[in-house]
Design a protein around this ligand. Structure first.
Ligand code: 2BA
Length: 108
């Protein structure tokens, strides 16, 4: 068995969960937040047979897009009274960050 953790963007999560459940995968959806952007994202939890890992990753790849986000860095402390706002930083987010771990599933 493998435990798959997939951190995906909120916009992609609905269609992705639909596609996974249509293929009869059991999936748990957790609300999460990225440490860098501090924006909400979604972490999906799936326990699957080893042979199903590739099918899950293929489905994640098909439903998760790369998006560009712009982050405003903190402005430097002005010394002379002049203010130069720093240029926004471009960040590529996604498609998805996927972790595959060895797992044992026990249903109580
Ligand atoms: P965030 O931490 O909010 O990161 C959003 C995006 O910001 C990342 O996209 C990456 O392009 C950029 N980024 C993150 N940390 C950075 C840094 N120290 N310097 C410069 N740019 C940085 P993704 O790589 O697609 O990650 C999307 C989300 O997936 C992350 O949101 C985080 O929630 C999760 N994630 C990514 N890598 C992870 C890891 N190694 N462990 C745990 N969670 C991870």
């Amino acid at each position: 068995m493998k435990l798959i953790l997939a951190v995906v963007q909120h916009q992609d999560s609905g269609n992705l969960v639909d596609a996974l459940t249509e293929q009869s995968f059991r999936v748990t959806r957790l609300s999460s937040q990225g440490g860098f952007l501090r924006e909400g994202n979604v972490t999906l939890l799936l326990s699957v047979d080893d042979a199903q890992v590739n099918a899950v990753i293929k489905t994640v790849r098909e439903h998760c897009s790369t998006r560009t986000r712009y982050v405003s860095p903190m402005p430097p402390i002005a010394e002379s009274g002049e203010f130069y706002p720093p240029a926004p930083l471009e960040v590529q987010v996604g498609g998805a960050t996927v972790f595959v771990l060895k797992a044992e599933t026990t249903r109580l």
